[in-house]
Ligand binder design. Structure first.
Ligand code: ZN
Length: 303
């Protein structure tokens, strides 16, 4: 595929996805998405599929802006998204704490999709992400200097190489509310729409405008510097959410490709230049047919 977003640096964060997911309601009636009991996991590198990942998330955001949370097509799109890319890792992306397990309290990131509270008890917070776990399936052990998560199943463990909370995110007990995922997808699309508005009026701008200041700012992106034949930035992400935010940021600032909206079908797509107005040859054809039809109608009217 030629329409690739240029990601600068080394992007090798592995993420997990399960082979099937289902919807489940917790006791308060909140709708969750969670791997099915018989699902098997596989690992992948989100940056290998950066463009599809971003387009699929924005597609969910677009649908969600036009329909109800319970729309079957929207729900289906979320299941497909989870099977392709896994869940967002919001447990980690929504707080300032590097690790959540073993802490007494968590400090919520401003504008998170989980709660309006600023500080939560860590135990209550963790419960929000494992509402269907049964006695003994996940056990948190606290030692004098460390904590550990034991899971009654096979899924990757990082043995301290990544924050312990990742052990939980990668388990089949980890669930996220559909509403949280949709809110995030909608936020990215709204951000993009504002961006398009400013882009088209940029001749009038005299200074930097921060798009959706206060609502869009990725937190907790770490990096190290690696040396092989050249020196590179090695990004470190602890959630799929910040991974997507970063891909989006590179996507909208890329100088070779351009994130655009199709003039015919309104879909967001990656264009090779600002001259490219349509997402596909068929949309271009439709638009051309419409144009020539309109021209003919005008001619007839003039005759
Ligand atoms: Zn189109």
């Amino acid at each position: 595929m030629s329409r690739r977003i240029s990601l600068i640096g080394s992007f090798t964060t592995d993420w997990i996805r399960y082979s099937s997911y289902e919807f489940k309601e917790d006791e308060q009636g909140a709708l969750y998405i969670i791997p099915t009991k018989d699902a098997v996991f596989s690992m992948y590198n989100p940056f290998d599929v950066a463009e599809d990942l971003l387009m699929d998330l924005m597609d969910i955001g677009q649908r969600a802006l036009k329909t109800e949370l319970n729309d079957p097509e929207l729900k289906n799109a979320i299941i497909i998204f989870a099977k392709k890319y896994g869940l967002l890792g919001l447990i980690s992306a929504s707080v300032y704490n590097r690790n959540i397990i073993g802490e007494d309290h968590v400090l919520m990131i401003e504008g998170n999709h989980i709660t309006k509270e600023r500080i939560l008890k860590a135990k209550e917070y963790i419960k929000l992400f494992i509402p269907f776990v049964e006695e003994g399936e996940v056990v948190f052990k606290t030692y004098r200097n460390s904590v550990d998560v034991s899971k009654w199943e096979e899924s990757p463990k990082f043995f301290g190489k990544r924050p312990v909370v990742m052990d939980l995110i990668f388990s089949r007990f980890y669930a996220e509310q559909v509403k949280w995922i949709i809110d995030f997808a909608k936020l990215i699309v709204s951000h993009f729409d504002q961006l398009l508005m400013y882009r088209s009026s940029s001749v009038y701008l005299t200074e930097n405008v921060t798009i959706m200041a206060g609502r869009f700012h990725a937190e907790k992106i770490g990096f190290t510097i690696n040396q092989l034949d050249k020196t590179t930035i090695a990004w470190q992400f602890d959630s799929l959410k910040t991974t997507i935010e970063t891909i989006y940021a590179f996507g909208v600032t890329d100088e070779k490709v351009l994130l655009s909206r199709c003039r015919h079908c309104d879909q967001i797509f990656i264009a090779n230049s600002s001259r490219e107005k349509y997402c596909s040859p068929s949309c271009r054809n439709y638009a051309n047919v419409k144009k020539s039809r309109n021209r003919k109608i005008l001619q007839k009217l003039e005759e």
